[in-house]
Design a protein around this ligand. Structure first.
Ligand code: AMP
Ligand code: FE
Ligand code: FE
Ligand code: ZN
Length: 286
């Protein structure tokens, strides 16, 4: 049977609900052969995931980096998956630290907007809910659920709440700078859910052409936020540009309904990622 490879998951090191140790065990239980841990803007979950790695599972250490394309006004946010980079590379470490701090600034401002409208949510409680992991809007969504204002995370991302009315930008990394930093750290950058228009504005294909020339290695095609037509479009673009194609669950535990391994990556694309990386190696338990 072909290897089952899921290259995009989140743990409690960011906005997932399983700890890194629980995540790798769940990945093995889901029948995966390879799983990537790609928490938002952090590598904090890597070591715990390595320590808990069950036999037969290979861990790809990664992160999902909050980027922005400043070529239009207002700038468009986008996510870069970065695989197998050196987690000690100082400039990259500094940028990730800065973005995590910017997330806290933005989160606190969103809470202030909510409170100004009489919504009783507390920033201290939201920070405590993130338990030291990278704070994101899903943590604010949990506070809205606890307050009985919405029934689910997806409702909290609707236009009346975090999706529009109480949506604020955060200070992300310029996408070209992020590409350069990931490559300099020996990592392999893949554009996460590039056509996920449900989440907000998407970038034009012309930008993807420029990103490919600037070191982008691949595009995530198979993702729950892409329609079949969008997946086909992304595959076609990747073929034109010589980029590899991935498929992934973007698992977030109970913050989303998608299951581990719901979408997977072909072994050939995975091999290309491993071959291109010089930062750290995949880890298999001994
Ligand atoms: P942030 O990183 O704080 O901007 O929040 C974005 C995160 O919210 C994404 O990584 C997803 O985990 C989550 N998210 C975005 N849109 C939705 C949605 N419609 N339903 C549930 N979770 C979402
Ligand atoms: Fe997330
Ligand atoms: Fe993402
Ligand atoms: Zn993600």
């Amino acid at each position: 049977m072909a290897a089952r490879i899921d290259l995009h998951t989140h743990s409690t090191a960011s906005d997932g609900t399983l700890s890194p140790a629980e995540l790798v065990r769940a990945a093995a239980d889901a029948g995966l052969d390879v799983v990537a841990l790609t928490d938002h803007d952090t590598t904090a979950g890597w070591d715990a995931a390595v320590r808990a790695l069950p036999p037969g599972l290979t861990l790809v250490r990664g992160a999902e980096i909050s980027c922005r394309w400043y070529g239009v006004e207002p700038a468009i946010p986008l996510h870069l998956l970065a695989y197998l980079f050196d987690p000690t590379e100082p400039e990259l470490v500094a940028e990730l630290t800065r973005v995590r701090a910017a997330r806290e600034v933005r989160g606190e401002r969103i809470v202030a907007l909510l409170r100004a409208d009489g919504v009783d949510v507390s920033w201290a409680e939201i920070l405590a809910g993130a338990a030291g992991g990278t704070v994101g809007r899903p943590h604010i969504a949990q506070a809205l659920i606890r307050a009985g204002l919405v029934a689910s995370t997806s409702e909290a991302f609707g236009p009346d709440w975090l999706g529009e009315r109480y949506r604020l930008p955060k200070d992300d990394i310029d996408v070209f700078r992020a590409l350069a930093l990931v490559r300099a750290a020996g990592g392999v950058p893949v554009f996460a859910h590039p056509r996920a228009s449900r989440r907000g504005r998407i970038v034009p294909d012309e930008l993807i052409v420029d990103l490919a020339a600037a070191g982008l290695a691949g595009l995530e095609a198979d993702h729950e936020d892409h329609s079949p037509a969008e997946r086909a479009h992304v595959r076609g673009l990747a073929a034109e540009l010589g980029l590899l194609v991935t498929g992934s669950s973007d698992f977030h535990g109970t913050h989303k309904t998608v299951r581990l391994g719901a979408y997977t990556t072909d072994p050939g694309a995975y091999e290309r990622i491993v071959a291109a990386a010089t930062g750290v190696t995949p880890v298999a338990s001994g």
